[in-house]
Design a protein around this ligand. Structure first.
Ligand code: N2P
Length: 346
């Protein structure tokens, strides 16, 4: 008995010593809250290596789900990736930390052409991470697809199409389809959008933000509304898939990097944002996720095919059709109500 108690005790003592010493071997953890399929694993690994830390990834599938989680008291995140309109809302509610620019030297390379369309042009609380253009994608089996949102009226594709589970994207698509701004707060235009979406709802399988990618790749879904990079990731696996920018115009959105006001590890969070703006890292990330990180210094490091990609680097004609999703202030409530009514409708 005695024989065994000594080593056991010394193991315990060592563990206690390590605990008292703040666990010398324990690495700092950076808690990230973001969208899935949105960062190259090699980029995360490289950050962990350079900064001797562990990056803990947590995922959300819509801005509203992320915001609701925060409102309900979720804490402990160091960097979050909401879209700009949601950043504005969170900022107004004092949820975000002011960024320390002295810790973000790489961010000086941000592309002014995009920054000029951002709401936080000074990057006081947010730095653009990636740019999304909302698109349609389809397989040849969909037959005779036109590049417009009117495709969701097609009864011949009933049950084989999906719309995003994203209220700003879907209401925005209907508004655009009917010739209006996707930020409209006009009651008549919104009522008309509701009717349009209720018609589409009869033909779609579901409102989906994640599973539609697998469904499109496998041929279960023939036509989907999706986020540009996600669609290109699927296209990379299944070369038959076509991606088009809807002719009526469509949403341009930025997902930004922000640090919550009460982030446990703000220094490491700044280091992460700065790291993601290292030209090599931005380029590597864009090549992997097929979204554009608006880092001018990274463009020349992209492959030729990527540089020629008309969705990552759209023509002036396409750009003219894109509209930024904006925060609508008190009118957000109108959209939430409309979305609830759409979801509840038979
Ligand atoms: C990544 C989706 C991010 C785009 N999977 C949404 N703005």
């Amino acid at each position: 008995m005695k024989k065994f108690s000594r080593p056991a005790l010394s193991v315990l003592a060592l563990a206690a010593m390590l605990a008292l010493a703040g666990c010398g071997s324990k690495k700092p953890v950076l808690n990230v809250y973001t969208w899935s399929d949105y960062m190259a694993p090699s980029v995360v690994k490289e950050f962990e290596r350079q900064f001797a830390c562990k990056v803990q990834m947590n995922y959300f599938d819509s801005n509203e789900a992320m915001y609701a989680k925060f409102k309900n008291g979720a804490r402990g995140y160091d960097v979050i990736f909401p879209s700009s309109y949601m950043v504005k809302l969170m900022d107004e509610q004092g949820m975000l930390r002011k960024l320390d620019k002295s810790l973000l030297p790489n961010v000086a390379n941000v592309d002014e052409r995009y920054l000029s369309r951002a709401f936080d042009k000074e990057m006081d609380h947010s730095v653009p991470y990636m740019i999304t253009v909302t698109c349609l994608a389809y397989t040849p089996a969909a037959g005779g697809v036109e590049a417009n949102y009117g495709q969701f009226d097609r009864a011949d594709l009933k049950g084989r199409m999906t719309l995003l589970n994203d209220l700003r994207e879907v209401i925005g698509a209907a508004l655009k389809h009917n010739g209006h701004s996707l930020n409209s707060v006009d009651d008549a235009e919104l009522a008309e959008a509701k009717e349009t979406i209720l018609g589409w709802k009869k033909n779609i399988a579901t409102f989906e933000n994640e599973q539609y990618k697998i469904g499109l790749a496998s041929g279960e879904f023939l036509l989907v509304q999706g986020y540009s990079g996600d669609l290109m990731q699927v296209q990379d696996e299944n070369g038959e898939i076509e991606i088009v920018v809807p002719e009526e115009g469509t949403a341009l959105s930025f997902d930004d990097m922000v640090i919550p006001a009460d982030a446990p590890n703000p220094e490491l969070a700044h280091a992460f944002i700065n790291f993601l703006y290292d030209p090599e890292i931005s380029a590597q990330n864009t090549e992997y996720v097929f979204y554009l990180c608006p880092n001018r210094a990274s463009y020349e490091l992209l492959g030729e095919e990527t540089r020629a990609n008309p969705i990552l680097f759209p023509s002036e004609e396409t750009v003219a059709k894109l509209e930024m999703i904006e925060d609508l202030g008190e009118n957000n409530a109108k959209y939430n109500k409309l979305w609830d009514e759409i979801k509840a409708a038979e």
